[in-house]
Write a protein that binds this ligand. Sequence first.
Ligand code: NAD
Ligand code: LMR
Length: 339
Amino acid sequence: SIVRRSSIAGVSYVSRRGFASGSAPERKVAVLGAAGGIGQPLSLLMKLNPLVSSLSLYDIAGTPGVAADVSHINTRSEVVGFAGEEQLGKALEGADIVIIPAGVPRKPGMTRDDLFNINAGIVKSLCTAIAKYCPNALVNMISNPVNSTVPIAAEVFKKAGTYDEKKLFGVTMLDVVRAKTFYAGKAEVNVAEVNLPVVGGHAGITILPLFSQATPKANLSNEEIVALTKRTQDGGTEVVEAKAGKGSATLSMAYAGAIFADACLKGLNGVPDVVECAFVQSNVTELPFFASKVRLGKNGVEEVLGLGPLNDYEKQGLEALKPELLSSIEKGIKFAKEN
Ligand code: NAD
Ligand code: LMR
């Protein structure tokens, strides 16, 4: 890659322009909900990503402070904070990727679906603005319940005439991050080498880790696999309970969201063979949306990959999750159609 070097007062440095016009194209990333528990560390991590040239931090309040803070970090992207609905258009204009961690988190005793009444409306209004100001952007939906917010987004975009199924993603990366961590611990293998898909959706039993496909291979007992599956499915609740009323996963989610956005950026930039799991429009099962491995490319989803071989336990898990996942999808579609 070509980098332009300059020198001021005898100190040589790699110029911003040199970087921008060198190997990595200009990319604008907008974070909606950037002042929140996920939004702040996610904004930090996106500021560290050299593929980002412009970082747009939007929330209903608090973003000028977050943006000023993050902007002092000496990495490539420029950072601008936008607060309040009247600034949402400016925040979105020209965005290549919009990451949405806006909305309320769970407290102990709640399901993700209990967040529907508040978050459905938030997601709907943000997606209406996306359709208007950056209809070609990839959308990374983090706001829960993901099993419903993604179908809501799809309906909003359909109504606006901007829907492109290749560009809408429910972020299920945290399930993959957890499954890898828990598997490595149990299998006593190097966590950095672990890979496995997590399919289905993002709530309770709809989260289906496919440990039979995990690499490096390990000889775990059925009981161990059942326990790992359950821990992955209940990973969010484990954090909600440990935080005891102070919200849900934020730091691990920021990490997962940043890796997924990085994969999307690499795909946009033409890096070959970028494959991650995400909740997307799908023909992998009879359900209209489903999480599975997805190949990312210059237009977003290049290919939705199949499930691969499932063992009997995973086949049972797949059949068991379908009714709940379908009803969450339908709930989202119904909300978007009626509101
Ligand atoms: P939080 O309350 O700390 O932050 C949410 C932020 O959203 C706040 O700053 C709030 O001002 C902002 N917000 C609310 N309405 C908005 C609007 N209309 N426009 C822009 N911003 C708005 O919550 P959090 O812990 O960051 O969690 C956010 C969401 O992410 C929750 O719904 C949570 O359930 C979800 N989540 C998803 C995953 C996942 O794996 N997909 C993981 C963790 C959390
Ligand atoms: C998670 O999986 O951590 C998130 O979906 C947040 C939650 O409510 O569990």
